[in-house]
Structure formats: structure tokens, C-alpha cells
Design a protein around this ligand. Structure first.
Ligand SMILES: CC[C@H](C(=O)O)C(=O)SCCNC(=O)CCNC(=O)[C@H](O)C(C)(C)COP(=O)(O)OP(=O)(O)OC[C@H]1O[C@@H](n2cnc3c(N)ncnc32)[C@H](O)[C@@H]1OP(=O)(O)O
Ligand SMILES: [Co+2]
Length: 135
């Protein structure tokens, strides 16, 4: 795990939260991106070397919709940057972590991603992110 790549925050109203976090961080978001496969609309802010990812549900089955229903708005996941997500998944499986998708999937912000179940990480949903490098 190289560094924290982003903190994911579940929000009800992305537009309202975009202006709130722009005030908080003193910078506007640098992108808004829909990830239909996850049922989310994301908005990214660069904060020094780290990023904040705001997530709004785009359908009721979305993990974000379930999270908001159960826990309300707040920190949803911590994402770590990894060099090689396939070998990192293997390493973490060997260490006994619960990998939710053993095949990396396309995430937002030009990444391949995988998730670890929170019940194996002291209640924190962990995301692994590998930058998709241009050919
Ligand atoms: C990929 C695009 C973007 C990116 O950065 O590139 C994203 O980050 S997308 C983020 C949204 N996608 C995901 O979160 C995918 C991974 N998540 C899942 O597969 C599910 O949300 C899962 C398995 C974590 C929970 O789903 P489940 O259907 O089991 O929901 P429950 O409400 O029944 O939860 C079971 C249990 O887990 C606790 N829980 C759920 N979500 C979280 C969370 N974010 N952080 C901590 N704990 C969580 C929930 O409270 C339940 O615990 P219990 O003690 O049984 O009440
Ligand atoms: Co994320």
C-alpha cells in the first residue's frame, strides 16, 4: 500500500456538498464522474497530496444508498494507492482479508479498484486503487 489515495464520503446531495467542500478545502472539485456499475456519481477534490471523493447514489440499489439509509452521511471508505492491484489482492487474500471482488474493476478517476469487506478491517471499508497508465 503506497499511500491514502482518497477518502470516500457518502452524501445525499452532491451539488450542495460540492459547494460545502469547495468552501472547506478552498478549491473547487476537479471532476464529476458517474460510475454506473457502482450506482454512484462521484466528485473529486485535490487536497494537498490526497483527494476527497464525494459519492451520491444514482439508484436505490447503490451501496451508497444502502449506506445512507443505514448510517447517514459520512466517511464511507478509505482508498489506498497500490502499484500492482492483482498481486496486492493475492497478498491480502493470503493475509486473510475478505476481498469483495477478486478481479479488479474499473473505478472512477482512471483507476482499477477492488474492495475489502469492513468486517475484516475493523469496520472500515477499504478500497485498493491502481492508476490505469496510458499505453
Ligand atoms: C468504484 C468507484 C469509486 C472509486 O473510488 O473508484 C468508489 O469508491 S465506489 C464506492 C461504492 N462501492 C462500494 O462500496 C463497493 C464495495 N461495497 C460493497 O460491496 C458493500 O457496500 C458492502 C459489502 C461493504 C456492504 O454491503 P451489504 O449489502 O452487506 O450492506 P449491509 O448494509 O448489509 O452491510 C453489511 C455490514 O457491513 C457494514 N457496512 C456496510 N457498508 C459499510 C461501510 N462503507 N463502512 C463500514 N461498514 C459498512 C454494515 O454496517 C453492516 O454491518 P452490521 O454490523 O452487520 O450492521
Ligand atoms: Co472510492
Amino acid at each position: 500500500m503506497d499511500k491514502i489515495e482518497h477518502i470516500g464520503i457518502a452524501v445525499k446531495d452532491l451539488e450542495a456538498s460540492n459547494s460545502l467542500f469547495a468552501k472547506l478545502l478552498g478549491v473547487p472539485n476537479y471532476k464529476i464522474e458517474d460510475v454506473a456499475s457502482e450506482g454512484v456519481k462521484t466528485s473529486f477534490f485535490q487536497s494537498g497530496p490526497n483527494k476527497i471523493e464525494l459519492l451520491e447514489a444514482t439508484n436505490p440499489e447503490s451501496p451508497i444508498a444502502k449506506f445512507l439509509e443505514k448510517k447517514g452521511e459520512g466517511i464511507h471508505h478509505v482508498a489506498f494507492a497500490v502499484e500492482d492491484i492483482v498481486s496486492e489482492i493475492e497478498r491480502l487474500k493470503d493475509e486473510g482479508f475478505i476481498v469483495l471482488n477478486e478481479t479488479p474493476k474499473k473505478g472512477a478517476d482512471n483507476k482499477l479498484v477492488a474492495f475489502l469487506h469492513p468486517k475484516g478491517t475493523n469496520g472500515v471499508l477499504v478500497e485498493l486503487c491502481q492508476e490505469i497508465k496510458a499505453e
